[in-house]
Design a protein around this ligand. Sequence first.
Ligand code: PCA
Length: 206
Amino acid sequence: MKFLITAFEPFGNDSKNPTMDVIKGLELPDVDTLVLPVTFNFFQDFTEAIEDKKYDYILHLGQGGGRNKITFEKVALNYMDARIADNNGDKPVNQPIVADGPDGLFTTLPIREIVIALQQKGYPASISYTAGTYVCNYIMYSSLHYFRDKSTKVGFVHIPYSPEQIVDKELPSMSIDLVKEIIKETIKILSLGSFQSEQVSLGETH
Ligand code: PCA
């Protein structure tokens, strides 16, 4: 199994992006890592960079400031509505990502099975039903759309702020070591490929 794990550069008012620290520690066989710019126009460069790699799994990581768990995204929307400019100064508002693309695309990772397995091991993981309307949603949608008829499976994981980022804020955080451990466990679960699909609900009522 070949994996690609991506991180993002810092953006907005944040001088760090914890995803960059997380991938630094992921020296594993069959796992490549890549840092992506926080811009709405780099997807073609991304596909060129990974053209001959034939990954089985691509796991994009993004900072989800304010989240209190590792969250596996269920759906990407064909929609950009940037509250702040990206790192190129672009700020697309109320626009589709792919003209004539489907309104939404579900992740092709078995996230229910992953989250159940992680929770059983005592890790704080859950499913999220919105990846926002900024660059994380853009990369998730673009990747799912690009790989829709290919064997590569695509997923997106938002991670909380790291403890040093919330020293002056009333927001949750998670240590980089714990995030790394959970991502390594996720890679292990996917590599073993033996999922339990229990009929428990991981849904939300709001
Ligand atoms: N988080 C942002 C973009 C880059 C990142 O790490 C987002 O959630 O859209």
